[in-house]
Design a protein around this ligand. Structure first.
Ligand code: UD1
Length: 443
């Protein structure tokens, strides 16, 4: 599927391989114990890798998660002409990207179709090369996932954009111009795309109603390290002074708050105790009080966090997903898996994506009592789930089913494991190191 173009990624992480048709078997009921090293955030590293296209100088990213999405983006960047050098120090993966020569026409449509974040190439290539042509992006099937905010923002900066037969054709022969842009919703991807375009545009760009996710601040910090001038970080209004020369940088990817929340749920569901190395409570936003109210104990210690079930047990709570610092939509499915065996009822409302309840049916196969009414899922806690054959339908649904399987009685077989590998580095192997009875098989 074109992944060989990821090149020496495979050499730097010899254990890594795309999951393909593999399945995962979990025998539930074993408490997780030990240390689980969290990775750099998937949602931070992808825009950071694309940021490296803005300069001919070397950009080094440290704490890179070895996930399928990273391998796919690496392959895309190499097709465009970038050179990527991977290395591992203290079990941490780094990549140095050199984009001295870029051919914006060398896009691999197949790879673009595999990942939503590939739409970020639009802003970066337009800004660096004055043109970009790429198929509408793919990614998880969790809703409409339009790119209209991206396109209208870039148009406001002077880009000419047409979409025909599923392909976006964009050009800005005379360069992009700073603009005042109001996003209809604080879209993470649109905020990132406009930042990429704005740092090389002529003049100042203001992005209003910008997203405030920690991954955006992390990307902005890298761009600032490269010489860009961006103010308003962490607020809803970003002001980007464009046109400054960009140099190289060395930048650390922030820890993955979604992986953190997922593993905290896994520790609590199995009544175990995990040291989540690299974990930071300040990244969790509203998910922190929600997890704590649901009976997940999280305590900061040197080098990370300790996660375990609170003495009072798991308790039903109501949650509503919101843009950061609200409750992250990416933690909705994992937390629902936890609430499935909590005392009492929980109302889980999804406000970000239209179709993000596809895990509900799979959790139901395992004995969960969940009824969906529009955008709200009513979860009535049951004493225990039971193992079943289930299918992962997207990255976070996959994480939810792993949590459910770890707590369930009997054997759970997960299909569609490639979804898990898109977002989590070696999750099954790391869980096994913490005492879980989980193995991959080729069936
Ligand atoms: C990013 C994350 C994803 C997370 C999501 C919300 C990455 C790689 N992915 O996705 O894990 O679940 O943020 O926190 O960082 N929308 C439009 N038009 C647009 C753009 C967005 O209608 O042009 C809508 C989307 O359909 C969705 C909502 O806005 O309903 C939020 O989407 P957005 O914040 O853009 O999510 P992504 O960047 O795709």
């Amino acid at each position: 599927m074109g992944l060989e173009a990821a090149g020496d990624f495979q050499l730097a992480v010899p254990w890594w391989r795309p999951a393909g048709g593999q399945s995962v078997r979990i025998r539930g009921g074993r408490p997780l114990r030990g240390t689980y090293a969290l990775c750099g955030a998937k949602n931070a590293v992808l825009p950071l890798m694309v940021s490296a296209l803005l300069t001919p100088h070397l950009v080094t990213l440290r704490n890179v998660p070895a996930t399928l999405d990273v391998a796919v983006l690496a392959a895309l960047l190499r097709r465009l002409g970038a050179e990527l050098h991977w290395s591992t120090t203290d079990a941490r993966l780094s990549v140095t990207i050199c984009a001295s020569r870029i051919d914006p026409r060398a896009i691999d449509g197949d790879l673009v179709g595999r990942m939503r974040a590939s739409v970020l190439l639009l802003g970066a290539l337009l800004a660096r090369c004055g043109e970009a042509c790429l198929p509408l992006p793919g990614g998880d099937d969790i809703g409409l996932r339009a790119v209209d905010f991206h396109l209208s923002g870039l148009r406001a900066m002077g880009a000419r954009i047409e979409v025909a037969a599923g392909v976006i054709h964009a050009s800005a022969p005379a360069g992009l111009l700073g603009a005042d842009i109001l996003l209809p919703q604080p879209s993470v991807g649109a905020t990132e795309n406009l930042m990429l375009a704005a740092v090389l545009a002529n003049g100042t760009t203001t992005v209003r109603n910008a997203a405030r996710e920690p991954e955006i601040a992390n990307m902005a910090a890298c761009l600032v390290g490269m010489g860009a001038r961006i103010s308003g970080l962490g607020s809803h209004t970003l002001v980007i002074e464009g046109g400054l020369p960009l140099v190289g940088a060395v930048h650390d990817v922030i820890p993955d708050r979604i992986e953190l929340g997922t593993l905290a749920c896994a520790a609590a569901v199995t009544d175990g105790e995990l040291m989540l190395r690299g974990g930071r409570l300040d990244l969790l936003g509203a998910a922190l009080p929600a997890l704590q109210s649901a009976g997940v104990d999280l305590r900061e210690v040197e080098g990370g966090l300790i996660a375990r079930r609170a003495p009072g047990g798991l308790i039903g709570i109501d949650i509503e997903t919101r843009p950061h610092p609200g409750f992250a939509t990416d933690l909705q499915a994992p937390v629902m898996a936890l609430l499935a065996t909590a005392k009492g009822a929980s109302a889980v409302t999804e406000t970000i994506f239209e179709q993000r309840f596809r895990h509900v049916g799979e959790l139901g196969r395992m004995g969960a009592d969940i009824a969906v009414h529009g955008r709200t899922a009513m979860v009535r806690g049951v004493p225990r789930l039971s193992g079943a054959e289930v299918t992962c339908t997207d990255i976070r649904a996959a994480a939810a089913l792993v949590i459910a399987g770890l707590g369930a009685a009997g054997e759970t077989i997960l299909g569609g494991v490639a979804h898990l590998d898109r977002g989590y580095e070696r999750m099954t192997e790391k869980l096994a190191d913490c005492g879980a009875d989980v193995v991959r098989s080729d069936r």
